[in-house]
Design a protein. Sequence first.
Length: 225
Amino acid sequence: MIVPYICASDNSRVTIVKNAESVKRARGRPRAFDRQHALETAARTFWRLGYEGASIADLTMALGITPQSLYAAFTSKADLYREALAWYRSDPGANTARTLAEEKDVIVALSRVLTDSAAAFSGDETPPGCMISTAILTCAEENQPIADHVAALRSGALKMFEQRIRGGIKEGQLAADTNIEGLARFIGAIVQGMSVQARDGAKTDELSAIADQAVEYLRTIAAKK
């Protein structure tokens, strides 16, 4: 249906206006919202810009939705970030847990975590570094709950390393007096350091050199068992 009205002007032109129903029909049916794709896109945006650096405008532009749609789907920027972190842990970030479970020897497992991280942090298909390792190290006071959440994820990774090291001791692959927490924190520090250097522009060969040095140390302590 078309509704005409007379525009109040000197030449008395007739302007044609479509009613709301016609406009809606002309636009067509909106595309279905793909939540998983949206989470991946949001994660990459946060990964590249950081939590505080990624504005709502950045996120809506990347997702191709309005701010109202973003809040309707994810409630808040903080909740979207939490879900984006969960996506990261289940996809690109899942390699660490998978490697620790797959490799029978603890030294091989930890060495592979380091060498794989060096390659992943400097790859061309994702933003540099690790989305979690170096995320929100400092923040505004109102973002502290998010910073605490990310810190808890990092602590969880250390616990995962500790568990694998403990298993290696039990299986006789490491000495019984191995400092479990210290070795786990050493691995975590190397991973975190490579993430920082990747963000600063370090290339794969440069990060691999760091990983190789750490692997040599792991072989040394394995030889002392």
